[in-house]
Design a protein around this ligand. Sequence first.
Ligand SMILES: [Zn+2]
Length: 322
Amino acid sequence: MRRVGYNLPGSFLMDKQNTPPVCDYEGSDYQSSFWDQGGREYEDRTEAIAIKRLLPKSGRLLLELGAGAGRNTPRYLGFDRIILLDYSRTQLEQARQRLGTSEKYIYVAADVYRLPFVDGLFDAATMIRTLHHMADAPKALRQVRNVLQSGGTFILEFANKLNLKAILRYILGRQKWSPFSLEPVEFVKLNFDFHPKAVRNWLKALGFTIEKTLTLSHFRMGILKRIVPTNILVFLDSIFQWTGALWQLSPSVFVRASRDETPSSHGVQTSPALTNLLLFFKCPDCSYYPLMDAKDYLECSSCRKRWEVKDGIYDFRESHAY
Ligand SMILES: [Zn+2]
């Protein structure tokens, strides 16, 4: 299982607008306990390989959903600008410390179910180890679809319920839930594994074309990781990743999908200059744009909500009264 053995996020929030509950990493030591000291070098390096294989070499504006402390962000450097989005402000503060202050990075605290961006803004988006926490995955994926341009690239990673270990445990009667059924399984509160076919179905229904599938972490077993040198496991996994085109039985799956061209979106896409950040955002509550820049906050002139801008982080989680 993933993400067990570190301090789990402390709170599960239900939004006022009845969006699904959010897994909040606020104050979590996820980066240091899970990645830096957690023996996850193998997983981290196999992800780096998959990203290199799937993501376009260069681009204009990329949205990193569930950016956390920015572990993967340096792998997107071919893009002119990168928006790091996370629900947790403290994770974004860690990312800022790690990446430094630069024009290239924009930090946004927001709820994935209420993205504060105008339609068709991004030419690429990534969502890695994040769908894992989505109680309503199709709803989150629809938001991503909306903010991508026609033809835009979406790199999605999801935790696979149809993995060999789960299949074996199910056959031996040591696990109640079936890895073969399409519905997600919630094995720990707000931690979900998905069936590859279910994810494919959602993406297709939303107007994505799946271009490539890679499977990862074939050798994610404590004993293997202890006795086999990491370099060898990473090398083997990099070869096995290509079998994802044929079947998906590993715990982690990456897909590259592109947003289909649609008659309605053709030619009316917004494509603001990269320098004017204000044109990126819309009000997450009423969808009005452009917002007004009042330095310490952005204000919606339609519903009058104010969204805080503090220490270089745009905060669209809750509106503030001033
Ligand atoms: Zn508004």
